[in-house]
Write a protein that binds this ligand. Structure first.
Ligand code: PA5
Length: 428
């Protein structure tokens, strides 16, 4: 099998020769702890083995549930926010499965305009299902969207038919589960030991993917493949440790941003998932790299200027896709538009030449460039990527000395918002 690889172009020797290897050796005990899963993080490590939260049996059950939606549904609305809704969107946008119902996303904004648009858009579908994802069912955005869409379904199909169209992923024992029991909705499990941004390894991420028509067994096989690789690779050559140590060294050298750059726009939402994973896990104790994204070649005509000549505050992680997965040949034309020099060339190659040229120009400036090379954009590779970044993020947080699994900072704005919305004190 073709593997994911990682290399570093560092023309200015920001990392001195031998330094990375020494750092990786020193971090070997941390790697061992992450592979074992530390006792203090046990309440958050339900994703770590893959099999606990997304074993083959669970995947088969999810496929059955998804088939029920696929049999007569022409739209599924996935309601959720933050880590809880990014992963399935990332895969569905990247893989673009063709034969399933349309997948819409809601509950990730409080915009009145978006809510009105969603309701209007739903009128255009015949058979609608919804899936509300909410770990503790306290978050405002999915909570109020769920009520709106539940009522919409009830009005349109009547309470009984609406109930069979409603799925909800929550923790066992939560008020969301109680709603499912009371009104006959299908309850999916948001495992207690899996946090939002790690929830791709569970019903939360996998169910919407399965409804869309993605092979979720291939996704979880990819996760297991990467798990086995990262658990067995020694510190000196461990892919995740290498990535985590490079990031830590860059932070120590004064870089404050990591830019994930890619040349396939269908990875835009995967990049959002990556931002979510690292920003919310690492951004604590006044430290961490700020994760940013460049979707090229479009962003080369915007932030590309900053990268080439602006403040030298970032290093770049390129996502290179090796598979030639499409071919469009640039045609001959008698009209003089001065693009004849590209005649007969494949768009795929032109794009790849742009990618190489960008790495060349940026590394020539002295920007450290990591090349993260993946075999293809397919379900198995995506599964590997999900697991890789979750594991690397846990490791990276350990190098920083922060807790990967909490997010105390997101509570601050909520305090002001709930007070001004008149939420009763002490209410969940
Ligand atoms: O990663 C996280 O934990 C967060 O981004 C949550 O997923 C997000 O805040 C939504 O939480 P909940 O599913 O409880 O509504």
């Amino acid at each position: 099998m073709e593997e994911i690889t990682l290399s570093l172009i560092d023309r200015k020797n920001v990392i001195a020769p031998g330094e990375l290897e020494a750092r990786m050796n020193r971090a070997a005990p941390l790697l061992a702890e992450v592979v074992a899963g530390e006792a203090r993080y046990q309440p958050f490590l339900g994703w770590h083995s893959v099999d606990e939260s997304a074993g083959p049996e669970r995947v088969r059950w999810l496929r059955q549930q998804a088939d029920r939606v696929r049999a007569d549904g022409d739209a599924l609305v996935v309601i959720g926010i933050g880590g809880s809704n990014q992963s399935s969107r990332a895969a569905i946008k990247a893989l673009r499965p063709k034969d399933g119902p349309a997948i819409l996303w809601a509950g990730n904004t409080i915009s009145a305009c978006e809510m009105a648009r969603t309701l209007e858009e739903l009128d255009g579908y015949q058979s609608i299902y919804i899936d509300c994802i909410a770990k503790n069912f306290e978050t405002l955005e999915p909570g109020i969207t769920f009520r709106m869409l539940r009522q919409y379904l009830e009005k349109r199909y009547g309470p009984e038919d609406a109930a069979r169209r409603i799925f909800a992923a929550g923790t066992p024992g939560s008020s969301l589960e109680q709603l499912c029991i009371d009104y006959g909705y299908t309850f999916l499990e948001f495992p207690e030991r899996v946090g939002g941004r790690f929830s791709v390894v569970s019903d939360v991420g996998l169910f919407p993917m399965a409804v869309a028509g993605i092979d979720i067994m291939a996704i979880t096989d990819g996760m297991r493949h990467m798990r086995d690789r990262l658990f067995s690779e020694p510190a000196q050559s461990n892919l995740a440790l290498r990535y985590a140590c490079i990031r830590k060294l860059m932070l120590e050298r004064g870089y404050s941003l990591e830019m994930l750059s890619f040349f396939e726009p269908r990875l835009d939402y995967f990049a959002k998932w990556w931002v979510q994973t690292f920003a919310e896990s690492e951004g604590k104790n006044n430290t961490a790299l700020y994760p940013v994204v460049a979707s090229n070649s479009e962003d080369l005509h915007a932030t590309g200027q900053f990268v080439q000549q602006g403040s030298p505050i970032l290093f770049e992680t390129f996502l290179q896709v090796r598979q030639r997965d499409a071919s469009v040949i640039f045609p001959h034309d008698d009209k003089k538009d001065y693009f004849d020099y590209l005649e007969g060339k494949d768009f795929w190659d032109i794009n790849d030449i742009a990618r190489k040229a960008t790495m060349e120009a940026h590394s020539e400036r002295g920007i450290p460039c990591l090349n993260f090379s993946i075999p293809a954009i397919d379900a198995h590779t995506l599964g590997q990527l999900y697991y890789f970044f979750l594991f690397a993020c846990y490791l990276s947080c350990k190098l920083l000395g922060v807790n990967p699994f909490d997010q105390p900072g997101v509570e601050n704005y909520k305090g002001y918002m709930f007070k001004n919305l008149g939420k009763p004190e002490g209410m969940q």
